[in-house]
Design a protein around this ligand. Structure first.
Ligand code: PRX
Length: 659
């Protein structure tokens, strides 16, 4: 793994001494020791941590079961409950009156919830689910705003052994329907509306629309959280109010202890082909990594105020809002709104008012706030007192060094380390990340693997490439929080993550990477498949293409990404209509219509930024679309590659000029 001992080259930001002195993992040596322990005996290392970090109803006797690889099992015969580990055991340890969540609403109203209060809310909802006949292993879909109720709903499912599947509140009725059907969910928990940036946006109405589309006959009930009091339809016999069901239930609900391998949740994410896949996570292994990474990567201490800005609709909101901080008995912020409302100083104002000590957000947000601060002094972070901060983090996409430097200087006051955490929905938690008391930092690099994660950069044959040479990122050994399967499609799981061309042995992340020639630090070079990353949101080009061709006017569509200063990547669609190619105002109008159509099919986050119309698409003689050339055109660059294999080279000029 880390192997060599490196001195800090001058281009690196050394670990601040004051930080190292108080950190759990306070030196490079301490990190190397943990790596060596894992290297020596991978299973014993993970077993030790699973015993230290989690409370088991029944201890496991077997650590890793590889008999049906790559369907690995961890701690399989151990019995555990995630909600017990996040709530009851903190209350039992005397933290009942400690604030677990500081909720700040879109309009600025603040509400605090102690561990005891959270446990009561979770128990009431868990009882309500049971009263509805929801049983261990049943799937429950959550379509909720960023809210305490969202966290409570996840924990309530975990408490009774139901498997939750959170669908981000920005997805369309069609996307919601597809996920409900694929998961075969029995119940939906939603809200009347969500409030974001001063605007009320529908949720329940979208659930109604999704359920009316058909294919969701497995749904027996819809529980509705009244957030805004907006006007909605309640269907008798199916829909009930959350406050009504809670009022009827007892505040005590014994947790259902399940096997460590029991599916805690499904979370749908995009792949390079086909429809979104339901990534299935375990209970024990997942929770271990959630707790462990929260402690070591974020150095979370009992008196910290932790704030991860991710929505619970994404994996970051699962691991670092709903589970990790609670498993450690931490105090965290849950924020309903957006960083630009009422103005672009919202984050800085909240850090100051809540005395946040650890702040974790996405590069896209940082870039947008830099831009706002440059043009409006009133929202510049220097107007706020951010001295409570001691650690910063980023996630979801590569952070460009200029944004890193700004974050470090303007938000961290030059004193806070930044953890650039690389991971994925499938990995459950951090994979490659600095440990802030151990690693000197290099802007744009996620540095080194988390202890026990055997990450490597390999060539097509699965052989490790020398430092300084780019390749494909793999994880050579299984780890506890890894994806278990794709819900209902084990073959796709094997093909996507353990393809035969890498020997079928290694987990294929789907990203390219390069290790620094001097330090061995990893830098992620971006996806190697047809997955785009727009504002840290993951989207498959095929999904967007399917959405486009489902429009009656569209004959063919190809979607590629192009670099974008603000969103990292932008979606660029090339479209051939069933009628003559439109130009001028007609093209603009049709492009808008298609954008709205994609929003209907998938959600507003999938709207293409550019839509270009052509008479055709560049294809090889065998009919394959040349996406490589489309990427060049999307960037606005001249095509310099050999185009002699193209069926119709003239189309390139037309597409280049069609912007
Ligand atoms: O391409 C990598 C990028 O985001 C992908 C995973 O997306 P998702 O499953 O939605 O999870 C995002 C939150 C964990 C990865 O394959 N990515 C994630 N973190 C980083 C990153 N790219 C560069 N640096 C990161 N820190």
């Amino acid at each position: 793994m880390s192997g060599q001992n490196v001195n800090t080259p001058p281009s690196l930001y050394p670990v601040p001494e004051a930080f190292a002195a108080q950190a759990y993992i306070g030196s490079r040596q301490a990190y190397d020791q943990l790596c060596a322990e894992a290297q020596k005996d991978h299973e014993s290392y993970w077993a030790r941590l699973a015993r230290e970090f989690l409370s088991w109803k029944q201890p496991f006797t077997k650590v890793l079961d590889s008999s049906n690889a790559p369907f690995y099992k961890w701690f399989d015969d151990g019995l555990i409950n995630a909600s017990y580990n996040c709530l009851d055991r903190n209350v039992e340890a005397g933290l009942g009156d400690k604030v677990a969540i500081i909720f700040e609403a879109d309009d600025g109203k603040v509400t605090r919830y102690t561990y005891k209060e959270l446990l009561e809310k979770v128990s009431r909802l868990a009882n309500a689910l049971k009263a509805q006949g929801v049983k261990k292993g049943d799937r429950v879909v959550l379509y909720l705003p960023m809210s305490v109720e969202g966290v409570v709903a996840m924990q309530a499912c975990a408490r009774i052994g139901a498997t939750h599947s959170v669908v981000f509140g920005g997805f369309s009725a069609q996307s919601l329907r597809d996920r409900i059907e694929d998961a075969g969910a029995v119940l939906v928990i939603t809200a009347d509306e969500q409030l974001r940036g001063g605007k009320a946006l529908p949720l329940k109405a979208i659930v109604d629309e999704a359920l009316a589309m058909g294919g969701c006959e497995s749904i027996r009930q819809v529980i509705v959280f009244q957030r805004t009091g907006g006007n909605i339809q309640m269907q008798a016999g199916r829909d009930v109010w959350l406050h009504d069901v809670l009022a009827q239930q007892s505040a005590e609900c014994p947790p259902e202890f399940v096997s460590a391998e029991h599916p805690l949740f499904l979370l749908y994410t995009s792949g390079s082909t086909g429809k979104p896949k339901g990534v299935q996570h375990s209970t024990g292994g997942y929770l271990l990594h959630a707790a462990l990474t929260t402690k070591w990567t974020f150095d979370l201490k009992p008196d910290d105020v932790f704030w991860c800005t991710a929505d619970i609709g994404w994996v970051t909101g699962h691991t670092y809002v709903a589970y990790g901080p609670l498993a450690l008995g931490g105090t965290q912020i849950v924020f309903e709104g957006v960083p630009t409302y009422p103005d672009a100083s919202r984050f800085w104002r909240m850090i100051e008012s809540h005395q946040v000590t650890i702040f974790y957000t996405a590069p896209t947000a940082i870039r947008a706030l830099i831009k706002a601060a440059e043009t409006n002094e009133a929202v510049h972070p220097r107007k706020f007192n951010l001295t409570s901060l001691r650690l910063l983090g980023t996630v979801g996409e590569p952070i460009n060094p200029a944004a890193w430097e700004w974050y470090h200087r303007e938000i961290g006051g030059g004193r806070c380390p930044i953890v650039d955490t690389f991971w994925q929905t499938e990995t459950g938690g951090h994979m490659i990340t600095p440990l802030p008391g151990a690693h000197a930092l290099k802007p744009g690099s996620c540095t080194l693997p988390f202890p026990g994660i055997d990450a490597a950069v390999v060539d097509e044959a699965g052989k490790e490439v020398p430092w300084g040479q780019g390749g494909v990122l793999v994880v050579r050994k299984p780890w506890p929080s890894m994806i278990r399967t794709i819900w209902g499609d084990p073959e796709r799981f094997k093909k996507s993550y353990y393809p035969a061309d890498f020997g079928g042995q290694y987990y294929l992340a789907g990203d390219g990477a390069i290790r620094d020639a001097e330090t061995g630090y990893f830098t992620i070079t971006g996806r190697i498949d047809d997955v785009l990353n727009v504002s840290g949101h993951r989207m498959g080009t095929m999904e967007i293409e399917s959405a486009l061709v489902s429009h009656p006017l569209v004959a063919e569509a190809a979607v590629v990404g192009r670099p974008d200063d603000l969103t990292g990547e932008a979606i660029c669609a090339f479209v051939v209509l069933k009628r003559p190619r439109p130009t001028g105002d007609e093209a603009k109008q049709l492009a808008n219509e298609l954008r709205n159509h994609v929003a209907q099919e998938i959600g507003p986050i999938a709207k293409p930024k550019d839509i270009r119309f052509g008479d055709n698409l560049p294809k090889t003689r065998s009919g394959k679309i040349m996406r490589r050339l489309l990427r060049v055109i999307a960037k606005g660059e001249d095509v310099t590659q050999d185009t002699s294999t193209l069926e119709n080279p003239a189309i390139l000029d037309q597409l280049a000029q069609s912007n």
